[in-house]
Design a protein around this ligand. Structure first.
Ligand code: ASP
Length: 335
């Protein structure tokens, strides 16, 4: 058992407690180049479909990608049934729902919050950090204080459902990050996934991205994942493209995943190839561990070409453009 795992275990034990177009690809498969032109929005997981629909309302009338991605990810943030983002998110091991989010625009301006409590729309607080402060990231109490100053209202984010599950978890208090996958009725799979990451290209050719999550369920209080970290959970370079990630954040941070994907696209790789190389980098650094956890990358180039790649089977993403609305199963390293 690694020292980190031991630490997590000991700490935890010591605590108070469509759609058409759906396809699967095995390890060696490669998607043909997928392009639908602009505008276009793509986002992680099946629940990205509803988020894309909200983003599309802005994109279809020539609106800015930045507004589209913010409005888009606000949909799962406000959905109490979605237990991995915003309201209804699973708490940390001490029962606090703590949110991580970041946003980035076409001018490389960015804002982020981490460990934010009691505010549903973490993404909108992140945008305010970007627009109203000289900083990029605010955390914990400081982020909450800033949100209050900006007029956000405090709310209890811990729903009865998430509270009951947490109480159940406390009986054993074992921290096992889930192998997050999309579950469309597959027996034995929890379908227990996290994070909405969304990237968009607007009619003017500008790109933006947003990423928001309640993070890994039952994490240590104060733990921050990849999602609010610019370059890890999200990166946008208007000259090249944008990328976002989902899965075990610690693994993504280690390779600065989303920035890596964008840089690989800069070198000429298409989005799927770039996402695949980032996944392979994770495997190379941690060949044994990589068999157990999930990481998925999703990328969009400024020409509208998009693609994704995951470590494990079961990562899906949603696409919306002028002529396309679909959910796609990403190809994976492990079949
Ligand atoms: N990346 C998120 C985190 O580590 C969780 C996830 O997407 O599954 O907090």
């Amino acid at each position: 058992m690694s020292d980190r795992r031991k630490f997590m275990k000991q700490s935890v034990l010591g605590s108070a407690a469509l759609l058409a177009g759906t396809r699967s690809f095995a390890r060696s498969a490669s998607l043909p180049e997928q392009t639908t032109g602009k505008p276009i929005v793509i986002s992680t997981w099946d629940f990205g479909k509803a988020a894309n629909a909200a983003a599309w309302e802005i994109l279809k009338t020539g609106g800015r990608a930045l507004d589209a991605v913010e409005k888009g990810v606000m949909v799962p943030e406000a959905d109490p049934e979605n237990q991995s983002v915003g309201l209804g998110g699973r708490p940390d091991r001490d029962g606090h729902v703590t949110l991580d989010a970041c946003i980035m625009d076409e001018n490389a301006k960015c804002g982020a919050v981490a460990g934010l409590e009691q505010i549903v729309h973490a993404i909108s607080v992140a945008r305010k950090v970007m627009e109203k402060t000289p900083h990029v990231m605010l955390v914990g109490d400081g982020a909450l204080q800033f949100a209050m100053e900006q007029g956000f209202k405090k709310e209890n984010l811990l729903t009865e459902k998430s509270k009951e599950e947490w109480h159940e978890w406390l009986k054993k208090s074992q921290y096992h990050p889930v192998r997050n996958i999309e579950n469309r009725g597959r027996p034995g799979d929890s379908g227990n996934h996290d994070t909405i990451g969304m990237v968009a290209l607007d009619a003017k050719g500008n790109m933006s991205g947003a990423c928001t999550t309640s993070g890994m369920a039952y994490k240590l209080h104060g733990r921050v994942g990849d999602s609010p970290i610019i370059g890890a959970g999200l990166y946008v370079d208007n000259e090249i493209g944008a990328a976002t990630s989902t899965g075990v954040g610690e693994e993504v941070i280690r390779i600065v995943g989303s920035h890596l994907v964008v840089e690989l696209m800069r070198q000429g790789l298409n989005p799927e190839q770039a996402c695949r190389q980032a996944v392979e980098r994770i495997v190379k650094k941690n060949p044994e561990g990589a068999k157990e956890f999930q990481v998925g990358f999703l990328a969009l180039k400024r020409n509208g070409e998009y693609g994704a790649f995951a470590l494990q089977k079961g990562f899906s993403y949603a696409v919306r453009s002028g002529d396309t609305e679909k959910i796609v199963d990403a190809p994976s390293y492990y079949p």
